[in-house]
Design a protein around this ligand. Sequence first.
Ligand SMILES: [Zn+2]
Length: 250
Amino acid sequence: MIRSFPALLCVLLFCGCQTTIERHGKTARHKELYVVIDDAGLALAEVRQFLDIPVPMTIAVLPHQKETKKVCSLIRNDGAKEVILHQPMEAYDRQKNPGFGAIHSTTRPDEVARILRQNLDSVQGAVGMNNHMGSRITENPKLMREVLQYCKDNDLFFLDSKTAYNSQVPLVALKQHMHVEERHLFLDVRHDREWVRRMWGRAVAHARINGYAVVIGHAWCKETAAAIRDSYQTLENQGYTFHKLSELYE
Ligand SMILES: [Zn+2]
């Protein structure tokens, strides 16, 4: 996979009422949906409801949880889906426990690689990672430098879930000549049907206007699965396409 930074530089081309993204001679992006399902690994049934939807998606799995290994194996056996590590990181709100395998603000930079290696041993087949919680860590350039360097050295992509207002990830990535992407929308900050469907509508609009949308939902949210399941065929008929996140980094 190539992650050269110039791929980030985009030119907007307006043709009629459609907006398309041209990326340095690469194929233009047009109505592309990149759905990432976070917090997998706690229950098989949660993940199955997304595996049953026959479109490409990326599933972010928590390390060292009860069903981590089985969930990874199910996803790997589904050609339309891919696994990434959902890397636990400390949040500003110390009441929130990021769980096993977390990077904390007290973690020494030279411990980060060991933590990531152990987590990737648990989340087998991961092709990249994103942060679980992590507002306190993604604002910490010293720790994020270690995380991104590990990704670069091990041919893994990094998605900034953007849980921090002042995330340092874009700046650190720029200094390390790495291509990173960030989440555009969360689907299920609230879990009710009306909210999730409204956010899914916004995600689709984002893809129409900007060429693509990176959208995060959660494995534990039935309404997220329902919103995607009920609309994917109509969206495909309208020219939208679903993709694994790794395709954004090619
Ligand atoms: Zn999470």
